[in-house]
Design a protein around this ligand. Sequence first.
Ligand code: PMP
Ligand code: GLN
Length: 379
Amino acid sequence: IETRLPKVGTTIFSVMSQLALEHKAVNLGQGFPDFEPPEALREAVTRAMQEGHNQYAPGIGVAKLREQIARKTERSYGRRVSADTEITVTSGATEAIFAAIAATVRSGDEVIVFDPAYDCYEPAINLQDARAVHIPLTLPDFSVDWQRVRDAITPKTRMIIVNTPHNPSGAIFGADDLDALADVVRDTGIVVLSDEVYEHIVYDGALHQSVLRYPELAARSFVVSSFGKTWHCTGWKVGYCVAPKPLSAEFRKVHQYLTFCTFSPAQFAFAEVLERMPDHAEELPAFYQAKRDRFRTLLADSRLQLTDVPGGYFQLVDYSEISDSDDINFSEWLVREGGVAGIPLTPFYETPPTARLLRLCFAKNDATMQAGAERLCAL
Ligand code: PMP
Ligand code: GLN
């Protein structure tokens, strides 16, 4: 049988979580918190089920939730968007990313992605018979070389996918990056897909540079976020897409036949907590910064070199003092022999760099971090 994704295997996140389970390793690989979402959210979803919100939600999302997202968007980024025509609730950011690509990218098109690139972008592009054009971020700080982007634009360029705060590096865009992006796409038909799932996880007082702060960019962008990250419930798979009316209309055509609608009880629950706990998102930077700093302190005596982490909940570590192995082999050795699961960066690259880097997730409670760090310090 001829299939569409012959080169795609099992995602590294599943592979490493499975290995962590098998070897009883401390799982600092796949990105998910090992602590619970707020009590109020868990109560709200249970209540929503008991109160009978168990059938199909409106395809575009529960109205109350879309209204809360519109309010949050205005509060966070000063941008007014229409809850009716510009916000669509999706089954995680993953669905939103797929729908945005499927709605706009055509056969033969080119989509610019920055390596290391989150792993769901390229298969979605390839399923449209389109091609990902990979531009490596510049180490050590994983910044964008905008001249390389300008040089990569062709008449076939249909979309640029950006991700800030960035997974896996933790890099964040500054205002100059957004200005450069606006400059690149001005007077073209290029659309932007902005993956902002870690929008509320930025450190040291930095401002999250959402595309939504930039009217010129917002007019041609799909902006995707995820409640899984903001509310510590990655397993609920609820996200959303903000896009101008014409793009949202196309996005919704795909969404309605991809999933039609998203899990109803969670939508009612998020509508409730967004209204009752408006400060939750503002408290996230301090919450995760404490974890980041704790994790870095715990690793200070290890032979790992730590990169800077301006955003997100991943720490990159350079293990070259410990091993010469490539990152795939090292991460397999580490989970089997060292008792810690991390994520290699190679799967996020077309052409992996020679740097010896591994991604470790610090969205963990103290005991997990400590257990992981003890093993890492023993290497
Ligand atoms: N984009 C990035 C950069 C991510 O890290 C993730 C998952 N953590 C997603 C998209 C997917 O989010 P979701 O789980 O809501 O589908
Ligand atoms: N986004 C999570 C990470 O980067 C994983 C999500 C998944 O397993 N698909 O680790």
